[in-house]
Design a protein. Structure first.
Length: 468
């Protein structure tokens, strides 16, 4: 039997309910066809994000109770620091309240206006933190990572040619740090191979520029290396992590992903001076260096979560569950970005709803239809999120793809519930041309996808023939 077996049993449950279709139609209209504005109590399966949505284990809940809330040098910090040093192997471990705070501190102490920071693909928050300092966030992912139909094992790999070109074009002095996102969230949750990590690392060392991982999903990346990369199949996850991290000079981490907690983050660094500068800024913005904007109990839960995420049974189940959702969608002929990512499936809305022009937000239509059809919440990653004016021509530019991300929270939903999600996706597709396009009625000046309001083009019902 080829099932992603759950390496746990359920000890506490939380009631969820499926509100009626007329109620969903009313809520969707009130929310301006924007699922960010629908109350979570009226959502049946919530796949908006895998960030901070993990279910904690009994041992993590127990760790919360044992948290030491001393302001300085708490026992919980010592435990957290010990676990991080064991897995990551860096000299300095600096807690922050979440990932973006770690990035903000890292860049503020190293990057200045006019600098350039290459990555495979910057996540929104690393990009925003780099740009906030007046620097350029440069994506250097290999071309394979930009082709949604290509089946390849390591589509998160960075292109060494693009990285070299960046050094030639901008000069070594303008590149204070190179980032590598493992796994590559904005590129479909695709992993980076050990071979590529080593190549990028060797190049950075030759250039004498530090390499820093955006390590949110490091354990998922290690699992992909173990499963897919030649020479690593017999090696343990701990071994693979140690080898990965030894190739870099530090990392930023959102503990809301692979530390299996609801809030938290940290920075690791080897360089003493950089760590000292960063710690000084941390005290100003986040708190004393042994709690960094968190409670002692949060550090204790993180330490335990990091131990649990290394369990190969957990990783096989976790990534197997996402892959299984992909296989269900294959059976139902729902098109998605290939292959399935570590933490999410990205439905290809242009292929699913080909009757809709880009101006009518096909991925947002699919997202709204998922809610109306089955109470499922996903997130649009398409024109609503990424349309922008070309600075040279003033023309509106659409992103390369119209995607609907189904992000799977860790240890939260059963296989049955994800089967249901696949059925809802198929039902939305079957209704095809019945779904009407959407138009914006209100939008803010930036990051509009969070708060914009929309309506069916020209008014009326969202689904043709629907009596409302
Ligand atoms: C979530 C995420 C971040 C930011 O972390 P927060 O905890 O949400 O601030 C940074 N990089 C990647 C790749 C992420 O997935």
């Amino acid at each position: 039997m080829d099932l992603p077996f759950e390496p746990y049993r359920i000890k506490v449950v939380e009631r969820i309910r499926r509100v009626s279709r007329p109620e969903r139609a009313r809520l969707l209209e009130t929310a301006g066809y924007n699922v960010f504005k629908i109350p979570s109590a009226s959502i049946y399966i919530d796949l908006l994000t895998d960030s901070g949505t993990s279910a904690m284990s009994d041992l993590q809940w127990a760790a919360l109770m044992r948290g030491d809330e001393a302001y300085a040098q708490s026992r919980s910090f010592a435990e957290f620091e010990g676990v991080v040093k064991e897995i990551f192997g860096y000299r300095h471990v600096i807690p922050t309240h979440q990932g973006r705070a770690a990035e903000g501190l890292l860049f503020a102490t190293r990057v200045k206006a006019g600098d350039v920071v290459p990555s495979n693909i910057h996540f929104d928050t690393t990009r925003a933190n780099v740009e906030h300092l007046g620097a350029i966030a440069l994506d250097c992912v290999a071309d394979a990572g930009l082709d949604p139909h290509l089946e390849a094992p390591f589509k998160g790999d960075m292109s060494l040619d693009k990285l070299r070109d960046a050094f030639t074009k901008y000069g070594r002095e303008r590149i204070p740090v190179v980032m590598l996102t493992i796994t590559n969230n904005s590129g479909g949750g695709q992993p980076v191979s050990m071979a590529n990590i080593r190549e990028v690392s060797a190049f950075c060392r030759e250039m004498d520029v530090p390499l820093i991982f955006d390590a949110c999903r490091f354990a998922e990346n290690a699992w992909f290396i173990q499963q897919r990369e030649e020479g690593w199949s017999g090696r343990g996850i701990e071994d693979i992590c140690r080898e990965m991290f030894s190739c870099a000079d530090g990392c930023t981490m959102s503990a809301k992903k692979d530390a299996l907690v609801n809030i938290g983050g940290f920075v690791c660094l080897n360089d003493d001076e950089w760590a000292r500068d960063l710690t000084n800024l941390l005290i100003l913005r986040e708190g004393f260096p042994t709690y960094g904007g968190l409670a002692g109990r949060d550090l204790a839960a993180m330490a335990q979560g990091l131990r649990e995420v290394m369990d190969p049974d957990y990783l096989a189940y976790r990534i197997g569950q996402v892959a299984r959702l992909g296989r269900r969608l294959d059976e139902l002929e729902v098109p998605y970005l290939r292959p399935a990512g570590g933490h999410a499936i990205y439905v290809d809305a242009l292929a699913a709803l080909p009757h809709l022009p880009r101006e009518q937000f096909p991925a947002q239509v699919f997202t709204a239809a998922l809610y109306l059809e089955g109470g499922v919440r996903a997130v649009e990653i398409g024109s609503l999120m990424f349309d922008h004016k070309d600075p040279d021509t003033g023309q509106m530019v659409h992103p390369a793809m119209e995607l609907v991300r189904l992000a799977v929270p860790r240890r939260v939903y059963t296989h049955t519930q994800l089967d249901y999600v696949a059925e809802v996706c198929a039902a939305v597709m079957r209704k095809g041309r019945n779904w009407r396009g959407l138009e914006i009625t209100w939008q803010p000046s930036a990051l509009r996808h969070f708060t914009a309001s929309l309506r069916p083009v020209g008014g009326g019902t969202f689904e043709a023939g629907d009596q409302g």
